[in-house]
Design a protein around this ligand. Sequence first.
Ligand code: ARG
Ligand code: ZN
Length: 856
Amino acid sequence: ETIHRLDYTPPAWLVPEIRLEFELGTELTKVKSTMKVERNPDGSHDQTMHLCGDNIAVMSLSVDGKPAEGWTMSGANLLLPLPGDAHEVTIETHLHPATNSQLMGLYASNGMLCTQCEAEGFRRITFFPDRPDVLSRYTVHMSGPKDAFPILLSNGDMTASGEGEDGTHWAEWTDPWPKPSYLFALVAGELVARKEVFTTMNGRKVDLAVYVRPGDEERTEHAMRSLVNSMKWDEETFGREYDLDTFNIVAVSDFNMGAMENKGLNIFNTRYILADPDTATDGDFDAVEGVVGHEYFHNWSGNRVTCRDWFQLSLKEGFTVLRDQMFSAAMGSEPVKRIEDVRILRAAQFPEDSGPLAHPIRPDSYQEISNFYTATVYNKGAEVIRMMHTMAGPEAFRKGSDLYFDRHDGEAATCEDFVKAMEDGAGLDLTAFRLWYEQAGTPKVTVHSEFSDGTLTLTVKQKVPATPGQPHKKPMPIPLKIALFDRATGSHSGEHTLMVDKAEQVFTFDGFAEAPVLSLNRGFSAPIQLESEVSDADIKFLAAKDDDAFARYEALQQLLTRELLGAVEHGPDEARRAAIAEALAAVLDDDGIDDLMRGELMMLPTISFLIELSAPADPMAIHASRERLKAYLGQRLHDRLTALHDRASAVAYSLEADARGARKVKTQALILLSAADEAETARRAEAQYRAADNMTDRQGALAVMASLDAPARDDLLADFHGRYEGNALVIDKWFAIQASSLRPDVLDAVEALAKHPDFTMKNPNRVRSLYMTVAGNPIAFHDETGRGYRMIADLVLALDPLNPQTAARFVPWLGRWRKIEPKRAAMMRAELERMAKEPSLSKDVREQVTKSIDAA
Ligand code: ARG
Ligand code: ZN
């Protein structure tokens, strides 16, 4: 049941070539696979070829043109004895796309057929050694009714097509680049495309197309622009050029994840393609840009160099997330992007790293690999490579990445290969740094400072907490960026990167007239939890004067965090609250800060991050503390906030940074005002909603309104629904806005919404829009009766038979019970135990549930 990283063995049989023939139909699709198979000279001498299968049956099987003999089934898998060293194996299977509710393999979505094969979906199409270290050249032939499937797409370039009998047609696609089965893709349906030609740095012309359902083509402009920008940026920044004549993107409505980097045929969740000002927020535009970039960048970090086995997932995902973060930073504001990325890391990855599902970025074992597409593998994985970038500097890092791509092109590589290439190419010694791949848990770092006779002494201590299966930890190498500010001049004489690699270490700095102010972990140079003893006064100094925008944000967040958590214990600290109000007033007044950054500085730390810092947490007390501080700030800054709202409301819509910034501060001002002055907030929110000519303003206003008792609330919600009826992505927002309400009746509202005719368990976006929002809404989820916990457990049990992969994603919320006060923790745990009793749980959900209960 459990698969271990160290059990890896090379495949006994390889498949250098495969031809797939599809007779397409929504109810029944027939597949014929013809494989050239060869014994692997580097593999074991197993006479038997192991072919994975999942929910498919052998309709016919032949070897070298004759019916195969001696084959057996081992569970869902096919064991095929082969006499020689090279054979041709032909297998026929039958698929039923219309009833494939798992959305893995070949499935029907909104009238079209599409595939999702990563990680182990290809085995739901045909029997195959479905592991990423078996690379094959694919030829795909497909035929089907022309009216139902006018567009036929697969990987690579279309090499032939024609008309068949009885209104059918066919197409043949050839992908010259050997690839693992998880990168196979096929799409058939009625689709329209936005097309463009991109010329690469070496003059190759590439036909680009973004395919969507008829009627959606107007909403693809931003996706296409993002694709062109990604291609150009990857050439300039990483020297990577595209390698086929065709690059197709298809958007589908039913999708378990965000998107998929299939070679030459990326398949996307519609929410990361479709965007226009009327239906998508500025955040949605950014997400489209980031995900289009991410999937495109996989063409090199993932496809040309792929993974040897799924334990190496961070090899492609961590690196590709870093690449998409760098791309988005280059397209927009670097510091704002860094702040957003750190916020995501803290809200999603830190809780994972301190909970029962904690795992290293390169896990040691798994039961179901789908459960390891996590914030740890993706986002912490990106932070680990970012640290290499910080230690090497941009030029040396580029040498390392060039060497990596060059050395491993066409291979299925390991994380170790990446680290080695960075050592050889960038000139780093990463011997000890490899611990970041081995140890789970967020290091806790404390910095103690002493000053005498002009010398500053920093004592840095680190501790990596125990995580399941890893009770004892070694100290990690941590590149800690710092600056020492002169109190009098408000400046510093340059950044230092301290290499902290022991449990306790001392660093000294000379030549100061008075004790400098410490700015620590600048730019969030390491994914750690820093417990600094810096005084409120020094933090306030940094919040006002730090020249690193991220550090300035951090200082303010630290002051806010101290107050929010301190108030839970012993009520508000007047001096500190006043300091916060003063610092925020300075932020609101400072013309030197652009509005995009101002909007970031106005946000309070998230509840999930605060829970993380205060185990065992009382989520309601934290929420109350947050609302109380909001009310205080809303009052103290009332005139500034209304003036800001007025100023920003006068800015006309555009996608330029200024206008986007104006929209961001507009809604942030309402959020801060809302706890202080409900009536005024409701008035302003309604006005913002009614005047809105774009989704950012409309959704922002409605989300603020959803938490109020205002008379216009229900009218506006009804108006929103009526205006966007039939637009699935916007109706998702309508569900999410209501589920995010901080009103005490939120769970009643969610129960009613689950019965709304627009709700369906079959569409993952719709399920997430209602229930992920509940899980992330502390008022709803942590309702003291336990009703929120029951609701999520009920959802998991109801969704699991349909779509285990998406169902399993809800379990970690309940798995955080150890962080929560005992009364609620017992109820959360009881829900996990209730789920565990269900005999027919999927492998996906069972793994998450049992680990959440048992882990030490
Ligand atoms: N490789 C895809 C991405 O980065 C994710 C696909 C994961 N799919 C899955 N079913 N687990 O972005
Ligand atoms: Zn990815």
